[in-house]
Design a protein around this ligand. Structure first.
Ligand code: 5RP
Length: 239
C-alpha cells in the first residue's frame, strides 16, 4: 500500500463514526478529502457538517452536505480530521494545510475527536514536522524572534494567507518533549493566534492506515501504551 492508499483506508474506517441525525465536524487535508468523498454513502443520515476550512466546506457542499456556521451549532459529537504528526499520547502537530486555528476551535466543541492518518505520521516525539504557528501579519518579526529564543528556526510560509487573513510561520528544529508546555508557551506570545500543537485537546480515537491494514487506538484503551509503542517504533524505523 502506498501512502495515499493508507490514508484512504483510514478515511473509510472513520465513516463508521458518523452518527445518525448528528452534525459532523470535518477537518482539512488530503486524508479528510478521502473521508468527505466517502460521506456520499451516508450523507442522508446526517443533518449537515461544520467545517474547519473554506476548502472542506466547498467540498462538502459539492456533494450536497449542508455546512453550518459553528455559531449556529450548540454541540455535536464527532470531529474527523488528519494530523501531520501524532504521538503515543494522541497529541498532534497539525496545520500543514494552514487550517490549524479553525481546526482547534471545531475540535474544542466536538465531544469526540477522531484522527485519521497513515502510519508515516506516527512518532515517538513531536517536532520533526515543522510546527505551524498562525500569526497576525504585523507580529511576524517579533514572533519569529521569540520562537528563535525557544531554540526553533522559524520559516515564513510564503504565498499563504489563512482563512482568517493571517500568516503562517513553520518552526523547525524543536524537540517537543513536553507538548502541553510548548503549546502554552507559544500561545502566550503576543501576535500568535494559534500554535498547531494539539496537546491539551488530543485525539480521542486514532485510526491508522498501515501496511498491515487499519488499526484503531482509543485514548482510554488499557493496552494503548504497549500497542502504540510497537506501532510507532515501526513507523520510526521506516523513516
Ligand atoms: C491541515 C491539517 C491536516 O490535518 C494535516 O496537514 C494532515 O494533512 P494530510 O491529511 O493532507 O496529510 O492539519 O491544517
Amino acid at each position: 500500500m502506498d501512502q495515499s492508499e493508507m490514508k484512504r483506508a483510514a478515511a473509510l474506517e472513520a465513516v463508521k463514526y458518523v452518527q445518525e441525525g448528528d452534525i459532523l465536524g470535518v477537518g482539512t487535508g488530503s486524508t479528510v478529502n478521502y473521508f468527505i468523498d466517502n460521506l456520499v454513502t451516508v450523507k442522508d443520515k446526517i443533518k449537515g457538517a461544520v467545517s474547519s476550512s473554506v476548502a472542506s466546506a466547498e467540498r462538502l457542499k459539492k456533494i450536497g452536505i449542508p455546512v453550518f456556521d459553528l455559531n449556529d451549532v450548540d454541540s455535536f459529537d464527532v470531529y474527523v480530521d488528519g494530523a501531520d504528526e501524532i504521538n503515543g499520547s494522541l497529541e498532534m502537530i497539525k496545520g500543514g494545510g494552514a487550517a490549524l486555528t479553525r481546526e482547534k476551535i471545531v475540535a474544542a466543541v466536538a465531544k469526540k475527536f477522531v484522527c485519521i492518518v497513515d502510519e508515516t505520521k506516527l512518532v515517538t516525539m513531536l517536532g520533526d514536522f515543522p510546527l505551524p504557528v498562525e500569526v497576525i501579519p504585523m507580529a511576524v518579526n517579533y514572533v519569529s524572534g521569540e520562537l528563535r529564543k525557544m531554540g526553533g528556526r522559524p520559516v515564513f510560509r510564503t504565498n499563504v494567507v489563512t482563512d482568517n487573513g493571517n500568516c503562517i510561520i513553520d518552526v523547525r528544529g524543536l524537540r517537543i518533549n513536553a507538548p502541553k508546555d510548548y503549546e502554552e508557551q507559544i500561545n502566550m506570545i503576543p501576535g500568535v493566534v494559534t500554535v498547531g500543537l494539539f496537546a491539551h485537546r488530543t485525539a480521542d480515537v486514532l485510526i491508522v492506515g498501515s501496511q498491515n491494514g487499519v488499526k484503531v487506538i482509543r485514548r482510554d484503551d488499557q493496552n494503548r501504551d504497549e500497542f502504540n509503542s510497537s506501532l510507532i517504533m515501526r513507523a520510526d524505523m521506516q523513516r
